[in-house]
Write a protein that binds this ligand. Structure first.
Ligand code: GDP
Ligand code: IMO
Ligand code: MG
Length: 432
């Protein structure tokens, strides 16, 4: 049976959490394979009495909300143990059973010194800052690559953990004190902080690669859910304004231990317009009242940091790029309802870079910074579409918008989101 990958097509917050939840009951495992609590996925679930429950997930895979599926934190994730238990406690208090969770013994752990380094580095960078979430993500992945990281399995041997913390702090203490004028972290205190939840963590920890390989052998369905998105990927994104992990489909393999030959579907989530949090280039960004309209109508404020998201028009150069880099089989186009009421909808189809037309993503970073979108203009609609469930129910102009986006994005648009709730979707092709 197949492994399915869900990725973000743009700069994050496309609605990956909702898409995972939409598939939840049809899959056996949901695996988070990259990132950490920099992610923020909002999932809205309608209740029997007509009300709805809203969940904000950061570290836990969105599949935690589906009782029939096993949520897995893969080896490619960086885990803040305190945040993990805060989230577990928060969900348990709301009646969600989290006991099925599995955590990879090879996942890396975010130590307090890396949260500190994330924040002081950003301050030091000043106008060159990335606009990180300040959660210690970048420094923790840097430690992993430098081979001085702390892994989940290290938490079960105090001697090894102490030696590893000592090793990591040898250089970091110098940097923190001499470059950033901070106090040197204490080895013993750091070890104690990391060990605070070790006993509680132990029952969740296992060889998740083996677990998932055996699940696929038994014909069970594994969904690999990306945090962040294509343009935030450390290799394929708008470097250096990216996160520090592999958020594209390839990352699903390294971040879970599932081989590429077992993946046969890649679903990319794209918002019907574009948003970005943090710094970095964004060709279709709006600085006028249209941007304010999208931000307000789409409630574009970060789930993790509460920052207002930068908003702009839909950009098919980006979605085409995402289709190519991820091998997208299906797009889910979310938040079409947010565009309701706009008279005219510009959609970028190419860029102008200093008088030269680019139909594909410019390879050169400074060209992308200078890229001016070349728009085609589509007519808008005013009808409320949040109750539509069939493509034919959508106003003609909304149908044409979806068809245009599909023709220019390089893969079919299988589902269209028309509201935040689980059932608010128009399914054109069943995802499973
Ligand atoms: P993620 O990080 O990709 O999971 O996305 P976020 O949860 O950070 O942001 C997406 C936001 O859009 C959340 O508040 C969702 O509830 C909401 N959302 C998802 N799909 C739709 C949709 O089709 N229409 C509307 N109006 N909201 C949606
Ligand atoms: P989800 O999974 C949007 C952005 C940050 C910053 C850059 C690097 O909800 O789509 P980091 O803390 O990762 O080192 O910050 O990446 N960023 C996100 N933007 N959605 C996310 O996750 C993000 N995770 C990180 O704003 O620009
Ligand atoms: Mg998000």
């Amino acid at each position: 049976m197949p492994a399915i990958v869900i990725v973000g097509a743009q700069w994050g917050d496309e609605g990956k959490g909702k898409a995972t939840d939409h598939l939840g009951s049809q899959v056996d495992y949901v695996v988070k394979f990259n990132g950490g609590n920099n992610a923020g996925h909002t999932v809205v679930i309608g209740q029997e009495d007509g009300s709805s429950e809203k969940y904000a997930l950061h570290l836990l895979p969105s599949g935690i909300l589906t009782p029939s599926c096993t949520p897995v934190i893969g080896n490619g994730v960086v885990v803040d143990i305190d945040v993990l238990f805060e989230e577990i406690e928060g969900l348990e208090a709301r009646g969600i059973d989290t006991s099925r969770l599995k955590v990879s013994a090879n996942a890396h752990v975010i130590a307090d010194y890396n949260r500190t380094l994330d924040k002081v580095t950003e301050r030091f960078l000043g106008s060159r800052r990335i606009g990180t979430t300040g959660r210690g993500i970048g420094p923790t992945y840097a430690d992993k690559m430098n081979r001085i990281g702390i892994r989940v399995q290290d938490l079960f041997d105090e001697k090894i953990l102490t030696a590893k913390v000592e090793g990591a702090l040898e250089l970091k203490s110098q940097i923190l004190t001499k470059v950033y004028n901070r106090r040197a972290p204490d080895v013993q205190q750091t070890v104690e902080e990391l060990l605070a939840h070790a006993d509680r963590l132990a029952p969740y920890v296992c060889d998740t690669t083996l677990l998932l390989g055996q699940a696929l052998d038994r014909d069970e369905v594994v969904l690999l859910e990306a945090g962040q998105a294509t343009l935030l990927d450390v290799d394929h994104g708008t470097y250096p304004f990216v996160t520090s992990s592999s958020a594209t489909a390839g990352g699903a393999c390294t971040g879970s231990g599932i081989p590429p030959t077992r993946i046969d579907q890649v679903i990319a989530i794209a918002k019907a317009y574009t948003t970005r949090v943090g710094e970095g280039p964004f060709p279709t960004e709006l600085h006028d009242e249209s941007g304010d309209f999208l931000r307000n109508a789409g409630h574009e404020f970060g789930t993790t940091t509460g920052r207002p998201r930068r908003c702009g028009w839909f950009d098919t150069v980006i979605t085409r790029y995402a289709a190519r880099v991820n091998g997208v089989t299906d797009f889910v186009l979310t938040k079409l309802d947010t565009l309701t009421g706009l008279e005219q909808l510009p959609v970028a189809v190419a860029y102008d870079v200093d008088g030269v037309r680019h139909d594909e993503m410019p390879v050169n970073q400074s060209d992308f910074h200078h890229a001016k979108p070349i728009f085609e203009y589509l007519p808008g609609w005013t009808e409320d579409i949040s109750g539509c469930r069939d493509f034919a129910d959508l106003p003609k102009n909304a149908q044409d918008y979806v068809t245009f986006a599909e023709e220019h994005s390089g893969a079919r648009i299988s589902v269209v989101g028309v509201g935040p709730a689980r059932e608010q979707a128009v399914v054109r092709h069943a995802l499973r």
